[in-house]
Design a binder for this molecule. Structure first.
Ligand SMILES: CN1c2c(nc(N)[nH]c2=O)NC[C@@H]1CNc1ccc(C(=O)N[C@@H](CCC(=O)N[C@@H](CCC(=O)N[C@@H](CCC(=O)O)C(=O)O)C(=O)O)C(=O)O)cc1
Ligand code: HCS
Ligand code: ZN
Length: 769
């Protein structure tokens, strides 16, 4: 019988129990015991669900209170001294590393003030991990035994699990050197790290684990020779240790073929590959397996919400069976299901025709089980028949087609993606129009999404308040935000985005061709989740989406007010895209919809318009090559189509966060001003990469993911440091990203300090001018 396997299950709980309890714990409203109890309940629920669905190989240690990579940093004691010195409990140290901590001294406890570690995109997904941060003084040792505890918890329920850990090469490669050890190469720590891996694996074996899953997703990236060679060092070392569980080395999110040399002859029990994304790699990966190694065939997509095509997947698995034999093949999800919503059954409002096309994490469990049964020769004809019907109904549905949209995309010409004049000419016109001071201050758009805002939106959605009442409420919120910005002296104001549940979902809900869920939450980072809208058909904008709120904001202030939109690439990347139409076409459709919106804002007198593209980098194909250059072309083209319908006097801004940006990618957008996340980029080399960026840049000066408040002096020191290499004339002052996750108290203080610092330099440099 061919086995079925799931690489990881969403840990947020069916009703976001994890978020609610974690945030309550941070607010001091629930005890650590209650927090741990909820974690345990979620894990138990998930394991039982998988068991009931007939999954044979079930993961443990896929749970985390914040992030699975941060779990490893705590487990391996990769805890920078600035956190360790406070002697907090392990869970509080963990949260301090994830989100920073600022606490006043009490009679019994000293004050704490520490920023969070850097948070970055997990490959090309909208999940963010906390970057391991190493220094010369990092001393790896086991700090607790979370994977063992969770394995034993499942065992006590009678469920034998396969613990999952990020593997040593991915853990180090995804990390970075701390600011005090910039000459340190993370990979140089491998030899010190491996014994600690061996120790935790041995403990797992002693607890009864017969196999473990070590995730090495870096194998789908371009790896240098040194890193490739390090795989052999690492896995030879683990194989040389006696009494460890059998290792399945798992890769996902791409093809491993260019790195086959790194994994050929590795002494592991088996490999897992992502065949949902790269079925063509089968021949080559199968050829490197020895006669005993298992092949875990990832055919159920862990990154999308589309129902699996059983016939197609079974054919891939059959081919794998032909190559290595039934006994050595496992049917699996392509990656962890962390990136999919928990359960389609909780969606009560979806159009039934469309709902039939979807499969969320819970449904995907059954999918792997059915495919495994099918290729084992069991009778699953009823399931196959129902599946074939859903697949063909979707393929022939006319919900997905809009001829007018398709024609409009075909008629796009080169002129549509070019601004009227080059940047220097635009700048001259804009300088005259806006008369901005040096170091102009602005924010990225959103202000605190308070409980009150969410409750009122919820009431509006449920119909317990009218549209007029809701509009009145939103206008009052906008007015509060405008008055506050005027009071502290911000130069370019924003309306605060109070009307938006999320920067993508909000627009998705107003664009034809999308559908949305009511409970389809997916973890984005820590306790923050998103409900990605789903693209089901051709996309078009029936009417203006953001003009009313921007115009209202501008009508109550004499200062310039920026209009805020989410760009085409980000709308695409942070939605679940169609898989029957290429991504470029979907991006161009979105670009045209947004072009209409930009033009409408412009016509309504909004002369500064920000089109956010934080997902631009995330969409970059993971390996260099033709796909990557094609992507960069159509991504930039989409942005420029959206923003080039306006005159020179309209200032186009864009914003990027939480990824390692390449200035060349941003250059191609030709935005007048860009704001980039910068506060946690400790390496001075990063700024030098932007030195020849021709247009203006706002470097994010504070981390909006942390409640910590930087002082005016801290802002000044940061600006001073940047000015050592960066020209004052191009320098805008702003936070790293939007302030929606922050409370008002810290927002007020942080922004006040930021503006004070900008004014200080304005005076200093103004005097020199
Ligand atoms: C900028 N980022 C974003 C990313 N992706 C996005 N899609 N959006 C982003 O903004 N990726 C990169 C970064 C970092 N990521 C995030 C992700 C998520 C948040 C965030 O604040 N999430 C909120 C949920 C936002 C939302 O959809 N809110 C809805 C529903 C609110 C709700 O829970 N309502 C309650 C009822 C009201 C109540 O009683 O409170 C309910 O339904 O039970 C809304 O506002 O209407 C989160 O809380 O996780 C930030 C950055
Ligand atoms: N305008 C958005 C961008 C977030 S990436 C915000 O301010 O939240
Ligand atoms: Zn941002």
């Amino acid at each position: 019988m061919v086995q079925s396997s799931v690489l990881g299950f969403p840990r947020i709980g069916a009703n976001r129990e994890l978020k609610k309890t974690t945030e309550a714990y941070w607010q001091g409203k629930v005890s650590v015991e209650e927090l741990f109890k909820v974690g345990k309940e979620i894990r138990e629920h998930n394991w039982k669900l998988q068991k009931q669905a007939g999954v044979d190989v079930i993961a443990s240690n896929d749970f985390s209170f914040y992030d699975q990579v941060l779990d490893l940093s705590l487990l391996f004691n990769a805890i920078p001294e600035r956190y360790a010195k406070y002697n907090l409990s392990p869970i509080d140290t963990f949260f301090a590393m994830g989100r920073g901590l600022q606490k006043k001294a009490t009679e019994t406890e000293a004050a704490v003030d520490v920023t969070a570690l850097e948070m970055v995109k997990w490959f090309d997904s909208n999940y963010h991990y906390v970057r391991p941060t190493f220094s010369h003084s990092t001393q790896f040792k086991l700090n607790g035994q979370k994977p063992v505890d969770e394995f034993l918890e499942a065992k006590a329920l009678g469920i034998q699990t396969r613990p999952v850990l990020v593997g040593p090469l991915s853990y180090l490669t995804l990390g970075k050197a701390d600011k005090d050890s910039l000459d340190l190469e993370p990979l140089s720590l491998l030899e010190k790290l491996l014994p600690v891996y061996a120790e935790i694996l041995k403990k797992l074996a002693d607890a009864g684990a017969t196999s473990v899953q070590l995730d090495e997703p870096v194998l789908v990236l371009d790896l240098d020779e040194k890193t490739q060679a390090a795989f052999k060092t690492a896995y030879d070392f683990l194989a040389s240790q006696s009494g460890l569980p059998a290792i399945t080395l798992a890769t996902y999110f791409g093809t491993v073929v260019p790195n086959l040399g790194a994994i050929k002859d590795l002494p592991v029990a088996g490999f897992h590959f992502d065949f949902a994304r790269n079925p063509e790699q089968l021949d080559e990966v199968a050829s490197i397996l020895n006669d005993n190694q298992t092949l875990s065939v990832g055919v159920v997509d862990g990154r999308n919400i589309w129902k699996n095509d059983f016939a197609k997947s079974s054919a891939i698995v059959q081919k794998a069976i032909e190559k290595v034999g039934k006994d050595r093949v496992v049917v699996a999800t392509s990656s962890s299901l962390l990136h999919t919503p928990v359960d389609l059954e909780s969606e009560k409002k979806l159009n039934p025709e469309i709902k039939d096309w979807f499969s969320f994490a819970t449904q995907k469990l059954a999918e792997v089980a059915v495919i495994a049964k099918n290729v084992s020769g069991e009778d699953v004809s009823a399931e196959l028949e129902a599946n074939a019907k859903s697949v063909s109904t979707r393929a022939s549905s006319n919900i997905t087609n809009n001829e007018a949209v398709q024609k409009r995309v075909q008629s796009i010409d080169e002129k549509m993606s070019r601004r009227l004049s080059p940047f220097p000419e635009r700048l001259a016109v804009q300088e005259k129009a806006f008369k901005l001071p040096l170091f102009p201050t602005t924010t990225i758009g959103s202000f605190p999404q308070t409980k009150d805002i969410r409750i009122n939106r919820n009431k509006f959605v449920k119909g317990t308040i009218t549209a007029e009442e809701y509009e009145k409420f939103i206008n009052a919120e906008i007015e509060t935000v405008i008055r506050f910005q005027e009071e502290i002296g911000i130069d370019i104001l924003v309306h605060g985005e109070p009307e938006r549940n999320d920067m993508v979902q909000y627009f998705g809900e107003q664009i034809d061709g999308y559908t949305f869920t009511t409970n389809g939450w997916v973890q984005s980072y820590g306790s923050r989740y998103v409900r990605p809208p789903i693209i089901v058909g051709d996309l078009s904008r029936p009417k203006p989406m953001s003009v009313k709120e921007s115009v209202y904001a501008q009508s109550i202030t004499t200062k310039p007010c920026k209009g805020m939109l989410t760009g085409p690439v980000t709308c695409l990347r942070w939605s679940f895209p169609r898989d029957d139409v290429d991504q470029k076409t979907q991006a161009l459709q979105l670009a045209l919809a947004l072009r209409d919106e930009v033009n409408d804002l412009d016509a309504a007198g909004i002369k500064i318009i920000q089109v956010d593209e934080p997902a631009l980098r995330e969409g970059l194909p993971l390996r260099a090559g033709q796909d990557r250059s094609d992507y960069l072309k159509w991504a930039a083209e989409s942005f420029r189509i959206a923003t080039s319908g306006v005159g020179n006097e309209t200032q186009i801004h864009s914003h990027f966060c939480y990824s390692d940006l390449d200035p060349n990618h941003i250059k191609a957008l030709d935005a007048d001003v860009v704001s980039i996340e910068y506060s946690k980029k400790d390496d001075p080399k990063y700024i030098s990469e932007f030195l020849d960026y021709p247009n203006h840049i706002g470097l994010g000066l504070f981390d909006i993911h942390s409640p910590r408040i930087p002082s005016t002096e801290e802002f000044k020191a940061k600006i001073e440091k940047i000015l050592e290499s960066y020209p004052a004339e191009k320098f805008w002052v702003n936070p790293d990203c939007g302030l929606k996750t922050r409370g008002w108290a810290e927002t007020k203080e942080s922004l006040t300090h930021m503006v004070e610092a900008a004014k200080f330099f304005r005076e200093k440099y103004g005097a020199k001018k």
